[in-house]
Design a protein around this ligand. Structure first.
Ligand SMILES: *Cc1c(COP(=O)(O)O)cnc(C)c1O
Length: 431
């Protein structure tokens, strides 16, 4: 146990030494010391127990400290935790690749493992550029993408993030200029707007000779605004990409593994992408790992005339991470996934509906295991975070969005606690 004195000292050390995501070193926001996490509960060193509404950035889908994943990783640890992937291979990676190609769209048959979501996006972009290079189109080195997207924090990934949220101005000279279109019109059931498709077509018409690919988060734009849109746009996008020789890249790092109600968001539409990025929930949120899948056309295209794909991270295919991912996928296959997520959506809709009546709330929307309360103005994270902790929940809003992406093992009662916490915190924060 952590004594109050220890807690005080550790928090001071943390503040002095450690950078946290998107924080200042001179004016850091408070960070809560975690003692333990189990199921849907995070226990702080101060003794408070918080219900988790975030799945630790949407990754811990089976809850914390899951005995099955723990056992799988322990077993792998006792065998070997890592070997280099150059010249060596191992069962956990082979087994994981088999599972991934079996569960993702049929044409995606080749797998590249990397360390994190951002890197899997870098890999996807490099695949697209290298593919066109071998096809005698070396000018195809740029990408098109909708605004309000988020694809990671490394340079190439950042270049396709929303230019405003992605703070492009700060990195202006360092980022490859890309081609942005409007974000897809919101509303999962809203009729397709032909003007939007015309906008894409006219960009493709003028720039296709420079465009290697189009990258998009299918069905939900996540960190860029929790925007849900009609999957029919993706079907139309596929035809446009085919017409203009542009590869279609789906970033399912956030939406993959059930979050939107289907195993992959791609299943909401009729088409398949050329390249697919997976991360976050891949290991059940246990350890960092990502994958980039592609089809034979791209993989064999890159490899023709003695070509090799130019990427190879030190910890590629890390066996311990693969063992966590294999165990997580076993657990998913044991769920009746779609009904399970549908049930969570219903619970979220019920629990969040009270928020619709608040003056400060613009709208409430749910899709799969995602529940969003969009406010009329932005929250002050510094002030609102402690209010959630006081309510006994872990929820971390951004901008105008207070959202829930709970672990799939959450109960109806816990979702209710999360919903009423949001209701009370909005009232307190804006009073
Ligand atoms: C989180 C996220 C990434 C980046 O993944 P990291 O593991 O943080 O590098 C990329 N794309 C999407 C859609 C994400 O949600």
């Amino acid at each position: 146990m952590t004594t109050p004195d220890d807690l005080h000292q550790l928090t001071a050390m943390d503040k002095q030494l450690l950078w946290h995501p998107y924080t200042s070193m001179s004016h850091p926001s408070p960070h809560y010391l975690v003692e333990h996490a189990e199921g849907c509960q995070i226990t702080l060193a101060s003794g408070e127990v918080l219900i988790d509404g975030m799945s630790s950035w949407w990754s811990v889908i089976h809850g914390y400290n899951h005995p099955y994943i723990n056992a799988a990783m322990t077993q792998q640890l006792q065998s070997f935790s890592h070997v280099m992937f150059g010249g060596l291979t191992h069962k956990p990676a082979i087994s994981l690749a088999q599972k991934l190609v079996a569960m993702t769209p049929a044409s995606l048959q080749r797998v590249f493992f990397s360390d994190s979501g951002s890197v899997s996006v870098e890999v996807a972009l490099k695949m697209a550029i290298q593919f066109w290079h071998t096809q005698g189109k070396p000018d195809k080195q740029h990408f098109a993408t909708p605004r309000s997207g988020y694809h990671g924090d490394t340079f190439a990934a950042m270049s396709v993030c929303d230019p405003v949220n992605g703070m492009h101005s700060m990195f202006n000279q360092a980022l490859t200029p890309q081609y942005f279109i409007s974000p897809p019109p919101t509303g999962i059931d809203k009729e397709v707007d032909q003007h939007y498709l015309d906008e894409i077509r006219s960009l493709f018409e003028s720039k296709h000779e420079q465009l290697a690919g189009f990258i998009i988060e299918p069905v939900v734009q996540n960190a860029g605004g929790m925007r849900f849109y009609n999957p029919a746009y993706l079907d139309a996008l596929r035809s446009l990409c085919d017409e203009f020789n542009i590869l279609l890249i789906f970033d399912e790092i956030a939406t993959g593994f059930g979050r939107t109600g289907k195993l992959f968001a791609t299943e909401h539409c009729q088409i398949e992408p050329d390249i697919l990025c997976l991360g976050k929930a891949l290991t059940g949120g246990y350890i960092s790992m990502a994958a980039t899948l592609t089809n034979d056309r791209v993989a064999l295209g890159i490899s023709q005339n003695g070509g090799v794909f130019m990427h190879g991270p030190t910890f590629m295919g890390n066996p311990l991470a693969c063992s966590a991912a294999n165990a997580s996928l076993d657990l998913i296959s044991e769920y009746d996934l779609e009904p399970k997520i549908q049930q969570i959506q219903q619970w979220l809709e019920n629990a969040l509906s009270i928020c619709e009546n608040l003056d400060m709330v613009d709208n409430v929307r749910c899709l799969g295991a995602i529940g969003v309360v969009e406010l009329k103005s932005s929250v002050n994270l510094h002030e609102i975070q402690p209010l959630f902790v006081d309510q006994g929940v872990w929820i971390r809003p951004f901008g105008k969005l207070i959202y829930l992406m709970p672990p799939y093992v959450i109960s109806q009662a816990e979702i209710h606690r999360l919903g009423s916490a949001i209701y009370h915190v909005i009232q307190q924060h804006f009073s």
